[in-house]
Design a protein around this ligand. Structure first.
Ligand SMILES: Nc1ncnc2c1ncn2[C@@H]1O[C@H](COP(=O)(O)OP(=O)(O)OP(=O)(O)O)[C@@H](O)[C@H]1O
Ligand SMILES: [Mg+2]
Length: 176
């Protein structure tokens, strides 16, 4: 994976497969670290799955016997001497936290996080995404549940709405 935003897309795909209806994505930046949190209300994992989840030879998918999404993220975090944590409860959901040391020479860039958020909304317009990005000065929140309420029946994946969301994301990310 070349950047953190691609990991976000990949990890959020797990939440989608786990039938989550709400997916929270947080990017918290400081001078030293980029902290990523992805939390869902999907099916969760049992203890056995959870314990093996950073092992690249573990997956519950039938088509391929190697699941790489989580191990690759783990590897990229550990390369920066960062921290990685997963908590999960069956029927309740899963939370993944990854802290990259951004000053480490092996730290991958953030990449196009706006593009990732838009892709997820287009892919799963019925799921609610709560995306937060913040640093010590600023905080931005995009909550599709609130946006849908305002849209009053207009679909969130309609071109005009997506263009507006793109502009809003871009406008704010200029400040970062
Ligand atoms: N958010 C989640 N909710 C429930 N189960 C999860 C979640 N994330 C991961 N899992 C479980 O952990 C396994 C490993 O996930 P991982 O992303 O590493 O690989 P994969 O999704 O199986 O394959 P790949 O990501 O390479 O396409 C999944 O197959 C699934 O059983
Ligand atoms: Mg996966």
């Amino acid at each position: 994976m070349r950047d953190i935003s691609m990991h976000v897309l990949d990890i959020a795909m797990n939440s989608i497969k786990a039938n989550a209806t709400v997916i929270k994505i947080m990017i918290i930046e400081s001078d030293e670290t980029i902290r990523l949190i992805i939390k869902d209300n999907g099916c969760g994992m049992d203890k056995e799955t959870l314990n093996s989840v950073v092992d690249p030879f573990f997956t519950t998918r039938k088509t391929r016997n190697v699941g790489l999404g989580i191990p690759l993220l783990y590897q990229n975090v550990k390369r920066t001497s960062g921290k990685f944590n997963i908590t999960s409860s069956l029927k309740l959901g899963t939370a993944i936290e990854a802290i990259f040391n951004r000053k480490h020479i092996d730290c991958i860039p953030l990449g196009d996080i706006n593009e990732t958020i838009i892709s997820l909304i287009l892919l799963e317009p019925l799921i609610d995404f709560i995306y937060t990005r913040k640093n010590s000065f600023k905080k931005y929140v995009l909550n599709t549940k609130k946006i849908k309420r305002v849209l009053n029946g207009v679909k969130i994946n309609e071109k005009e709405v997506i263009d507006w969301l793109k502009a809003d994301l871009l406008n704010f990310s200029m400040a970062f």
